[in-house]
Design a protein. Sequence first.
Length: 175
Amino acid sequence: MKKNIENPKILPFSNRRGRPKSNRPLIDTGTPETVMKRLLGVTTEALDLCLQHEIITEKQHWCGIHLRWLYTLRYGIPSVRAHDLSYTRGTHIKNDEYDDPDWKAAREKEYAMAIDALTRSGHAILVMNLCIYNELPKSFSFHAKNNEKNCNNTVISIRNGLDTLRTIWKKPIKP
């Protein structure tokens, strides 16, 4: 048996190489559980829910976000987590903007002024719980009817508290 070495047979290859493409949706919506949670509003932050339901305006929403930012500069992110106090490597991140003592002192003064104004207006706890700690007031229930008078009083207090912040940060109030 002699092989034909002079005329080897060349196999044709297609232009498409590698693993065939799978038919995936263009938009990744996540797992069915996360889709359901998103539809129920479980994963949405309290301040964003208030904006979505038109309880607050966009400028009031900005004030709430700004208050949270000032809080995190001063105290860090409000969350429950364990810290290994013996682990010291990598705890300090050098960032020129946040390491400027004058800039940081100005932000802390801005935070103190905002909390003082909220305390004087009587809305500090409600606004801080909503903006910083991501807690909806107990009188809110977006899925069921609740005591309307109590809910309306809470809405008015939230709006007044965020308007107090708007006056501090020079965000003009529009009717």
